[in-house]
Design a binder for this molecule. Structure first.
Ligand code: ADP
Ligand code: MG
Length: 218
């Protein structure tokens, strides 16, 4: 077993890195029977707190460990877990100030960049693409993909962001998108994922995202 490594990355806070990390991790584990490790790279420990919110009789289905303090040396620790898991998902911190994100990209197979349908989030993409190109110089296997998150399916802004990305040859876009749904906040507080929630729309869109992720890493 040699784990595939996925980084959730964007210097923008609040775009959905932790939300997608945890829902993807739980779906890979529960729907696809993968052994998944979540690495929390954020000093604010959101992924760790999420898992700690789980009820004793319904623990979060994946291990979550923090490597935030490893900063630019994180890649050295991450590779120590490769033999023990099928998939390692790294929840990167929001800012590029820390070297953590660059370090995680050095050992990643896939970088997932969640982007909210807002103009400022769109303009921030160029910064993250630079970080990814720098990592790709030494990590040739790295594939990077933007996933539109918190979309309003029928709103013109969401659609124009998606069209903007589609028309930029430097941007690789996921085929699927994640919509704006309050259930994402609710499952975080319950230490769960949408996979175990009653919201079938959210469960289905994360299932589609997970299936698409598997086509990029397997
Ligand atoms: N698709 C979504 N629909 C509704 N709320 C979302 C969605 N994705 C994220 N959120 C909410 O947005 C906030 C920021 O998300 P989070 O995953 O913590 O972002 P990041 O890790 O990038 O800082 C959280 O309150 C989260 O519940
Ligand atoms: Mg986060």
């Amino acid at each position: 077993m040699a784990a595939k490594i996925i980084s959730l990355i964007n210097q923008k806070g609040g775009c959905g890195k932790t939300t997608i990390t945890m829902n993807l991790a739980a779906t890979l584990s529960l729907r696809h029977n993968k052994k998944v490790l979540v690495i929390d790279g954020d000093t604010q420990s959101s992924a760790t707190s999420w898992a700690n919110c789980a009820a004793d009789d319904l623990p979060f289905p994946c291990h979550v460990i923090s490597l935030a303090s490893a900063a630019g040396k994180a890649h050295r620790s991450i590779v120590n877990f490769i033999a023990d898991y099928d998939v390692i998902i790294i929840d990167c911190p929001p800012s590029t100030e820390t070297e953590f994100s660059a370090s995680a990209l050095l050992v990643s197979d896939l970088a997932i960049i969640p982007v909210k349908p807002s103009s400022t989030d769109l303009w921030a993409i160029s910064g993250i693409l630079k970080l990814i190109s720098a990592a790709a110089m030494t990590n040739e296997k790295l594939v990077s993909k933007i996933v539109p998150n918190m979309c309003e399916p029928n709103k013109r802004l969401s659609q124009s962001i998606i069209n903007y990305c589609k028309n930029d040859e430097n941007i690789n876009l996921f085929k699927c998108q994640v919509n704006n749904r309050s259930v994402y906040g609710e499952v975080a507080l319950a230490g769960e994922s949408v996979y175990t929630s009653k919201n079938s729309k959210a469960k289905n869109e994360i299932a589609l995202l997970t299936d698409e992720v598997l086509t990029y890493i397997m």
